[in-house]
Design a binder for this molecule. Structure first.
Ligand code: C2E
Ligand code: MG
Ligand code: MG
Ligand code: MG
Length: 281
């Protein structure tokens, strides 16, 4: 009986696996097409100074609208793009879009702001990310000082020495670096001290229950204190309510992004957040 059940399970598992890998291949094929047909879009979410309310930057986020399936979440298709290596082309495309858009805004007379782009672990480990960033900065002419690259802890944990070298090289280009989803990974003090990071992004999961959860408040307070001790800025992700905003402000957190201000919007819509460039006389 046990044997039967076992066999049944193996069978079920392999069906499930076949189905999953078929779906993966299908999505991958459609994603390739979408890239060619320009069905992908970059949207921008404002990042706000918690004390002054001023716009300090924007995070660029990828959107895919498939004519048949509708909107497909990056949380779903980015991992597939990673498994297939397509992320390298996708990542290049996103960075190029963002740099071109940033430059356009500057040329239109808006005050320059930092645009943040996500790098996936595969891009980071693949080893060509430095050349890729360098190439896009050169070809677009976008000033590196207004580009921020977001990395996750998991992208950096393997081969720490190599990661440190890579981050130093990226920094040497003039870009800034943010650690995304902070608190969900290893959050090791040792690497925080050695890596040339500029911004810690407190993961949304610690922000969600700030009003009610004492532990989360203490975690957030610790991240802020730790970041400030190391001379970093701290940004809270996924802020949705006034209460969360007030807690973060009282904890001394520097910046936030979240639906409380705005979800990510198209470049055209984002213009409403932009300020005219101040006259330097
Ligand atoms: P992430 O980099 O941590 O981005 C933050 C996510 O939180 C975004 O989801 C954003 O839309 C969402 N968010 C922001 N504020 C709020 C809020 O107040 N409430 C809620 N419920 N959500 C909020 P999104 O755009 O679906 O992206 C999911 C993840 O996909 C990103 O997490 C990032 O890891 C990845 N991703 C998105 N675009 C790119 C990209 O261009 N390249 C790479 N490599 N990854 C990307
Ligand atoms: Mg991010
Ligand atoms: Mg995040
Ligand atoms: Mg530093």
């Amino acid at each position: 009986k046990a044997k039967e059940a076992g066999r049944g399970q193996v069978c079920f598992y392999s069906d499930e696996q076949t189905r999953a890998s078929r779906e993966r291949l299908e999505i991958e094929a459609r994603l390739r097409l979408a890239l060619e047909r320009q069905e992908l879009k970059v949207v921008y979410q404002p990042q706000i100074d918690l004390k002054t309310g001023e716009l300090v930057g924007a995070e660029a986020l990828l959107r895919w609208f498939d004519p048949q399936q509708g909107a497909i979440s990056p949380a779903h298709f980015i991992p597939i793009a990673e498994q297939s290596g397509l992320i390298l082309r996708l990542g290049h495309w996103v960075l190029e879009q963002v740099c071109e858009q940033g430059l356009r805004w500057q040329q239109q007379g808006y005050a320059p702001l930092t645009l943040a782009v996500n790098l996936s672990p595969y891009q980071v480990r693949h080893g060509k990310v430095l050349a890729m960033v360098q190439e896009v900065l050169a070809s677009t002419g976008y000033p590196a000082q207004f580009l921020e690259l977001e990395l996750t802890e998991s992208a950096l944990m393997r081969q720490e020495d190599e990661a440190e070298t890579l981050l130093d090289e990226l920094k040497a280009l003039g870009v800034s670096l943010a650690l995304d989803d902070f608190g969900t990974g290893y959050s090791s003090l040792a690497y925080l001290k050695t890596f040339p990071i500029d911004v810690l992004k407190i993961d949304k999961s610690f922000v969600d229950d700030l009003e009610s959860n004492q532990d989360d408040r203490e975690i957030a307070a610790t991240i802020v204190a730790m970041g400030h001790t190391l001379g970093l800025k701290v940004l809270a992700e996924g802020v949705e309510t006034e209460e969360q905003f007030e807690w973060l402000r009282s904890l001394g957190c520097d910046y936030f992004q979240g639906y409380l201000k705005s979800p990510a919007v198209s470049a055209e819509e984002f213009v409403r957040f932009l300020q005219p460039k101040r006259d330097e006389g």
